[in-house]
Design a binder for this molecule. Structure first.
Ligand code: EPU
Length: 438
């Protein structure tokens, strides 16, 4: 296993290319199951989660080719045949998003067997809403030996009222509804930009959907879908972009996130402006710089277009450098403050009460810290960039799931950062050269 070594104190400066969005790429890869044939996707981020999903699709019987002379972010998939309709435990336990195959497999094969995902570092994360929606469309389920077995003779359109706007739940139900007989309506649907991207992709394959980006999705089922006529390019990652922009803010630097989807990032950009940072949106992307002190700004995570839970941990790191106290309220997941304990080990003054964290600005000192999940890891990287001295972050594999070429990108921006095997002890001098690109 690798660890990350960061020598703090360098302001991030320069521009960084933002990759395709992980949370758009995963459902879109799965959605190719709905249209038998050959698919070509562009701007697919080079991430471990994408590799997991491609290997799951491979086990189902759909081979893929990454690159093929068109760059590493081009993926070709052949979904002509589906040999198995199962997502086994050893895949689902590594990546919860594997549950997204449920809707498409039921629509394509009339049956699906998916290992029941367990809880994870950020919460219990049940999938009752996914099942409720699919049941409304005519599916039946049984739980057996840790597996959900679903079947359906004919998907039939229905009205579905979700108890909460679940992102992958909306995606799963939507991917089944596009091939149901008749009309479906999903109310209290998630409106995240990644769902809008999925709708655009489904539409490019012939699906009939209205209302994306709002809380009501209306779907007219069609008998069959066919692969898109042109390669489909995945939306840029607003969370990756936000993380680098917070990197500029926390280090007092100046970063242009090239290709950042500014319109989808308004809550984060407004909060950054409120801290006193300069925020500039151009045709090229979004630029953030800071020269003065950082004002404390409280945030509350809410579904899109509110402040995203996937930026909460990074915001908490930023607020450790503010001139005063701010509040961070997490309303989406019940256990998404694991990074706070690690930030405290670096000297942060954070008090947690339930889903509320009070963060008081002060100096951070480098320490050895443990990453617990993807965004917690990003928060510790930001803290390491501004801390005095050296930070060593263990369990780097979480970052590989969601940040493509992180070490290279940070180095381009002037950070002293390196990736080394866990058992290497670096005692003096600057961080060693990186051993591998992510
Ligand atoms: N929930 C239920 N029942 C359900 C579904 C969800 O109670 O059937 C609850 C969850 O436990 C949670 C809330 O509803 O408290 C919202 O969860 P949601 O289902 O929206 O999350 P998700 O679909 O599992 C996606 C992203 C997450 C992101 C959340 C919220 C993907 C692959 N994952 O998860 O991304 O945090 O939406 O925006 O799209 C990440 O990228 O680091 C990440 C965790």
């Amino acid at each position: 296993m690798d660890k990350l070594i960061i020598d703090g104190g360098n302001p991030l400066r320069g521009s960084v290319q933002i990759s395709g969005a992980k949370n758009a790429a995963l459902p879109i890869l799965v959605a190719t199951l709905l249209a038998p044939g050959e698919h070509e996707l562009h701007n697919v981020p080079e991430l471990v989660d994408v590799s997991f999903m491609l290997s799951l699709l491979g086990r189902i019987g759909c081979p893929s080719l990454v690159g093929d002379g068109k760059g590493p972010e081009c993926v070709r998939l052949d979904t002509s045949r589906v040999a198995f309709s199962e997502a086994p435990y050893d895949v689902v336990r590594k990546m919860r998003a594997s549950v997204l195959v449920l809707g498409p497999l039921l629509a394509r094969c009339g049956r699906a067997q998916v290992s029941m995902p367990g809880g994870c570092a950020i919460g219990t994360r049940p999938i009752d809403q996914h099942l409720k929606g699919l049941e409304a469309l005519g599916c039946t389920f049984e739980l057996d030996g840790g597996y959900i077995r679903g079947k359906v003779d004919q998907l039939v359109g229905a009205e579905i009222n979700l108890d909460m706007p679940t992102v992958t739940g909306t995606e799963n139900i939507l991917m089944a509804a596009v091939l149901a007989e008749g009309e479906s309506v999903i109310r209290n649907a998630a409106a995240e930009p990644e769902i809008v991207d999925l709708v655009r992709f489904l539409r490019s394959m012939g699906a009939r959907i209205r209302g994306e980006g709002t809380s009501t999705l209306e779907i007219d089922g069609v008998p069959a879908l066919r692969p898109a006529r042109r390669p489909y390019s995945i939306l840029a990652d607003r969370i990756e972009a936000g993380t680098y922009l917070l990197g500029a803010a926390i280090t007092g630097g100046d970063v242009m996130a090239k290709g950042a989807p500014a319109e989808e990032m308004s809550a984060v950009l407004e909060a950054l402006e409120a801290t006193g940072c300069e925020v500039e949106v151009t045709d090229e992307g979004v630029r953030v710089s800071r020269s003065g002190p950082l004002r404390p700004v409280s945030i509350e995570t809410t579904p899109h277009p509110g402040f995203p839970t996937d930026m909460q941990a990074q915001w908490m790191a930023l607020m450790t450098q503010a001139d005063g106290t701010s509040e961070v309220l997490e309303t989406i997941f019940e256990n998404r403050f694991m990074h706070a304990a690690e930030l405290i080990r670096m000297g942060a003054k954070i008090q947690i009460a339930g889903n509320q964290a009070m963060v008081e600005g002060g100096d951070l000192k480098g320490a050895t810290v443990m990453a617990t999940d993807l965004r917690a890891s990003a928060s510790l990287v930001l803290a390491g960039l501004v801390a005095e001295g050296r930070t060593e972050m263990l369990r780097l594999y979480h970052l590989d799931r969601g940040y493509s070429h992180l070490v290279d990108k940070l180095k381009t921006l002037g950070a002293e950062v390196a990736r080394v095997p866990d058992d290497v002890r670096v005692t003096t001098g600057k961080a060693p050269a990186a051993t591998a690109a992510v």
